[in-house]
Design a protein around this ligand. Structure first.
Ligand SMILES: [Zn+2]
Ligand SMILES: [Zn+2]
Ligand SMILES: [Zn+2]
Length: 322
């Protein structure tokens, strides 16, 4: 049983309202962009807002859970706000434990992940990219809010803010649809030349022309396939090569058996989504490849013998193990 929440309407109402207000402010910074700093504030406000909304939902489930250390939660600390509260990752993990329909973790984290470079003023986003990724991420957040809150749980201020966010997003979506229609001939041309279209790590639209050097027809993002794969991993999974190395975790970038470039993002054990190669555009379904016991490279199951990929088997046999 969660501890009873201390009676304090001021706290109870402010967190969600504050979060929605941040989101609305973020949307305004995108749509009425007047200075080069607007997109920076947009991302900062949107990610702050997302975090607050999720934290509020967790608080309603069990207010002690927004403390990093729930055993040390007291009503006084909550009121004074003198406590260390959960970060986005922890919040999402705890929501996953207590809700039947938890929000899409990867998607929501992707916004936060965009934020880190921005705080260091390396903003590399176009307005198009931000409108489109906001529409996708906030669309998921709004669906979550509709699922996770009963109408009567929302104050009139909160409902009003939510409605304004919906209107703002509707405009972004209309923009996205119009822009997709506009670039369709470009995408078709690329496909006619046997090219593939994959998801763009910058705007999250299915509009990136896969190649050695990729280009997004939707938002104008250009990079080498390797850099695009790394940005995708950073944005979608929130990890960098450096982080993986220091934490001793596997980095989800693999050598692509189809084109032999190290540009295939394929989280091992990832059973719900296809892999994606930013060079050749291949999107292998889960289970398409297995990894070699010796070198850990991916290969088709039928090409593997004795747990080894063809290369390792060849090496093994040439060592006179015939
Ligand atoms: Zn893009
Ligand atoms: Zn490939
Ligand atoms: Zn091998």
């Amino acid at each position: 049983m969660p501890k009873r929440e201390p009676d304090d309407d001021a706290i109870q109402l402010s967190m969600l309202e504050n979060g929605l207000d941040f989101i609305l402010s973020g949307l305004k910074h995108i749509s009425s962009q007047t200075s080069k700093f607007d997109l920076k504030y947009a991302v900062l406000h949107l990610s702050a807002g997302i975090e607050l909304v999720l934290k509020d939902r967790l608080r309603r489930e069990d207010w002690t859970q927004i403390f990093v250390n729930p055993e040390k939660a007291t009503g006084e600390k909550l009121k004074s706000r003198h406590f260390k509260s959960v970060n986005l990752q922890q919040c999402l993990e705890r929501l996953e434990c207590c809700l039947v329909d938890p929000p899409d973790k990867a998607l929501l984290k992707s916004f936060k992940n965009q934020r880190n470079p921005i705080e260091h003023f390396e903003l590399n986003h176009s307005r198009e990219a931000l409108e489109s990724s906001s529409a996708i991420v906030l669309g998921a957040l709004i669906d979550f809010i509709c699922e996770a809150y009963e109408d009567e749980e929302l104050s009139s201020e909160e409902s009003e803010l939510l409605q304004q966010i919906r209107t703002g997003l509707g405009e972004f979506r209309r923009f996205t649809v119009a822009r997709m229609a506009e670039i369709q001939p470009l995408l078709d041309d690329h496909k006619k030349g046997y090219g593939h279209i994959v998801v763009c790590p910058s705007c999250m639209q299915h509009a990136l022309l896969a190649d050695c050097d990729v280009q997004c027809a939707f938002c104008g993002y250009t990079a080498s396939a390797e850099d695009a794969a790394e940005l995708y991993i950073a944005n979608m999974f929130g990890i960098s090569r450096h982080y993986s190395m220091t934490e001793g975790e596997g980095y989800p970038l693999r050598n692509c058996p189809n084109c032999d470039n190290e540009t295939l993002v394929f989280e091992e054990g990832y059973t719900e989504t296809n892999g994606v190669c930013f060079s050749c555009g291949d999107t292998p379904p889960p289970g398409e490849y297995v990894s070699c016991d010796q070198c850990q490279e991916l290969c088709h199951d039928e090409d593997r013998s004795g747990g080894m990929c063809p290369d390792c088997l060849k090496a093994y046999l040439s060592e006179d193990h015939r």
